[in-house]
Design a protein around this ligand. Structure first.
Ligand code: CP
Ligand code: NVA
Length: 317
């Protein structure tokens, strides 16, 4: 992936492009905001700042948590679907970025193509935040890492196991492996290789990542079991019956169920970025069990979004 050119602006695009101390700073701010949940105080942090949000794909958590986050911080959100914008009719990303920079203080975008986010950032005079692309989902993974730290105290040395499809969310876990000092075991079918390039790059930097085709072996001694939908937004197999069935057959051995959880540590937790499809990537028994921290992670999206908005603005809290 290309690097972002304007170094003076603090964009939030990918976890492997942000220094470890800065990532930890964002989580620290989020923890502090969560602990001192006094919205009257928070509303003095970014008064009258405007956040533009562009969505090319659907969203429940990202949209709501960012909208509430900027409101708590004293600012305002403008939310648009790409198709309601001239962007959807062919106005360039570069022109869109230049125009929005004259109106708002930050732009959050959920895009089909990661290249579009990079192009937006390259042409923006205000910080750009990646609210999910086909390549990564950094806001989500920071919220997950915050949640894991809430359970275990620290994440360094813990074994995180990803089971199932390889996708945008997995890439962001790969990007943070070295920085946060956890071990990442990935269990997915041999036929799926979406993340192999990111795994190789992260390993070169010293990240402890292993790739398995047997979920039970990968899960041994795990502290955290993670999965995600088998059909990410934009996946061509989602709406094609034959491709869909093929993918279900491939991924079924990687379903997170009680039998698989038994191979992890007794203290192991389960998490998922949501939305979850019970019966596919994980059983209802696991998703709704006491080991599941899915709703804590969803809540932490709000605190992390607030911290990201403060961090990109270089504001202290
Ligand atoms: N996890 C997540 O990003 O959820 P939404 O798609 O609902 O925003
Ligand atoms: N991998 C999923 C994450 C949704 C939040 C997707 O891209 O659809």
């Amino acid at each position: 992936m290309k690097k972002i050119i304007n170094k003076k602006i603090r964009h939030f695009i990918d976890l492997n492009e942000i220094e470890k101390s800065q990532l930890q700073e964002i989580i620290k701010i989020a923890r502090k905001l969560k602990k001192n949940h006094d919205v009257n105080k928070h509303s003095k942090l970014l008064p009258h700042k405007n956040l533009m949000m562009i969505f090319e794909k659907t969203s429940t958590r990202t949209r709501t948590s960012f909208e509430v986050a900027i409101s708590h911080l004293g600012g305002n959100a403008v939310v648009m679907n790409k198709n309601d914008m001239q962007l959807g009719k062919g106005e360039t990303i570069a022109d869109t970025a230049k125009v929005l920079s004259r109106y708002v203080d930050f732009v959050m975008i959920r895009a089909n193509s990661h290249e579009a986010i990079l192009e937006l950032a390259k042409n923006s005079q205000v910080p750009v935040i990646n609210g999910l692309s086909d390549f990564s989902h950094p806001c989500q993974v920071l919220a997950s890492l915050m949640t894991i730290e809430e359970v275990f105290g620290k994440i360094a040395g813990k074994k995180l196991v990803w089971c199932g499809d390889q996708n945008n969310v997995l890439n962001s876990y790969i990007h943070a492996t070295k920085e946060f000092g956890y071990e990442l075991a990935i269990a997915s079918p041999e036929e799926i290789d979406f993340s192999v390039g990111e795994i190789a790059k992260a390993r070169k930097k010293g990240a402890k990542i292993s790739l398995h085709h047997d979920a039970k072996k990968a899960v041994k001694d795990a502290d955290v079991i993670i999965t995600d939908t088998w059909f990410s937004m934009g996946d061509e197999s989602e709406n094609n019956d034959a491709l869909r069935q093929k993918k279900i057959n491939l991924l079924s051995p990687f379903q997170v169920n009680e039998a698989l959880m038994k191979h992890a540590k007794k203290s192991a937790i389960f998490t998922h970025c949501l939305p979850v499809y019970r019966g596919n990537e994980a059983t209802a028994e696991v998703v709704d069990s006491s080991r599941s921290v899915i709703f804590d992670e969803a809540e932490n999206r709000l605190h992390i979004q607030k911290a990201i908005l403060l961090w990109v603005s270089n504001s202290k809290f």
